[in-house]
Write a protein that binds this ligand. Structure first.
Ligand code: COA
Length: 201
């Protein structure tokens, strides 16, 4: 799949979408710089940490008219089993706004655009975890908290649950079947099991 421009925002900013492996180098470098601001890598750590290709990672970037990346995030997808059924799920990873451009609505714009993309891709639900103080940020962009829910990352053999930290689970139920099943995802331990590369999203 090649990259695409999706106009969730008015000129002069635009949202661009590319599979992680196909992000144009100049945009990729900017997105990595923003990630480095937020999560400085340790000495010797890879400066370009890629996601597990099995999770079909793509990047969404909010770019201004000068080609500057204002905010970035990645979307990861997989199928899970929960409450006796299979579900196509997608979640957000590495959501970041340039430190010098925060509190201007860029993050909200991009996170709302991601929700629209996940819906358009046909996922049953979007689901991910975030630090508790950011609950309001994601809620303002169309996501909702799943009270008491825990995402279990890692693998079934080596689980990596979100309740080892003070995290909250955010979700969006996107298909009629998922909407009907929402109570079964609430207050539940949800086996996400994205593997050993992206242990939790
Ligand atoms: C979280 C982050 C992406 C928000 O980006 P942003 O562009 O500044 O967010 P917005 O301007 O769209 O904020 C929209 C609303 O969300 C809330 N919000 C934004 N940042 C927040 C924060 N750090 N803590 C709590 N609430 C926040 C506010 O209500 C804000 O509205 P207001 O400015 O009118 O009060 C940015 O702070 C960031 O890059 N942080 C470091 C990386 C990070 O923690 N990413 C999240 C990983 S789960």
């Amino acid at each position: 799949m090649s990259g695409s421009e999706v106009t969730h925002t008015a000129f002069p900013t635009r949202v661009v979408r590319h599979p992680e492996a196909d992000v144009p180098p100049e945009l990729r470098a900017q997105a990595l710089r923003l990630q480095e601001q937020a999560w400085p890598s340790e000495p010797g750590e890879a400066g370009d940490p890629s996601h597990d290709p099995a999770l079909a990672p793509y990047s969404l970037l909010l770019v201004d008219g000068a080609g500057t990346v204002l905010a970035a995030l990645d979307v990861l997808s997989k199928e899970i089993g929960h409450a006796g059924e299979g579900w196509r799920v997608a979640g957000l990873s590495r959501v970041v706004t340039d430190r010098t451009r925060q509190r201007a609505g860029h993050g909200r714009t991009l996170v709302a655009a991601a929700l629209a993309e996940i819906r358009a891709d046909g996922a049953d639900l979007g689901i991910f975890t975030c630090d508790r103080p950011l609950r309001g940020f994601y809620t303002s962009a169309g996501w909702r908290e799943l009270p008491g829910s825990v995402l279990v990352g890692g693998t079934p053999e080596a689980p990596f649950p979100s309740d080892q930290w003070d995290k909250v689970t955010m979700a969006a139920f996107l298909t009629p079947r998922a909407r009907a099943a929402a109570p079964r995802f609430t207050g539940a331990r949800i086996g996400l099991y994205p593997g050993d590369v992206d242990r939790l999203w």
